[in-house]
Design a protein around this ligand. Sequence first.
Ligand SMILES: [Zn+2]
Length: 283
Amino acid sequence: MKQFAAALFLASTVVAQPFHSMVAYPDLGSYFDGPIQAASVWVPHTVVQWPAGSLPSSCAVQMASRGCSPSQVQVYNVTYEDCDRPWVFCRCENAPVHIGRTADLFGRLPVHMRSMVRHPMIVPNPNSNCCCAAPDDGDLMVAGDCPMSIFAHEVGHLIDNRGDVFGQDYSSKAAFVNALATDTCSISNYGNTAGRHEEFAEMSVVVLYNMNTGLLPAVAPSATTGCFDNQLNTIKTRFGSQYYAYGGTCVNRAADSPTVSASLRARVRREHLVGRSGWCRFN
Ligand SMILES: [Zn+2]
């Protein structure tokens, strides 16, 4: 029943009317992909592959749902210099992206954003989705060669769903709803038309860049400078130093999904899927 309700809710957000007639950065990536990577902090890290034969349970489930059997999943401990506990990455052997590139891009997020993620997964890419997030368990799925801004967008979904009160989307609460309504623009075409969750996730890219540089790219000619300031200030005030600033060490990380044998395919079950619509909850 909960899953049914969630599916209805998501369906309703997809057909939502635009929030505003003005949009600051119509295609967010074209404004932020370069600058956000240039402003990022690279963290030294090591990548150590697990011996074949076992993998995290959630990797088995998510990979299997994309046609990648547990025995095809490569597992890696990626240990960044700013956290003593590795992130356990999973990669399908026929996925289009290398572990090294994904570990590098993920590591360019502030450690407090990384701390929201349980398992980064590099999955096959059978459709056009580049990346998606499963906020109910914190897993992050990369299905294409996503730029860093997409990683920031997806972690934004995790912060939205888990950063305030677990399971209560901040983007649905009065503070954000009112900020968006008071602003005179939406941040991007996607945020403007795909629901408040996506507007928040798009804003996450902007907040990450602005928190650490004090800068913003010039808005589109059709938009007004400062038209999204209420959203920007609301998110920075509530979550800025807690998640979007560089520095510090990992905190409050979720426990890894239990390790299972790669041969126990029959035991692979869907887990923690309440609230998730389809393979991932958000793109
Ligand atoms: Zn999204």
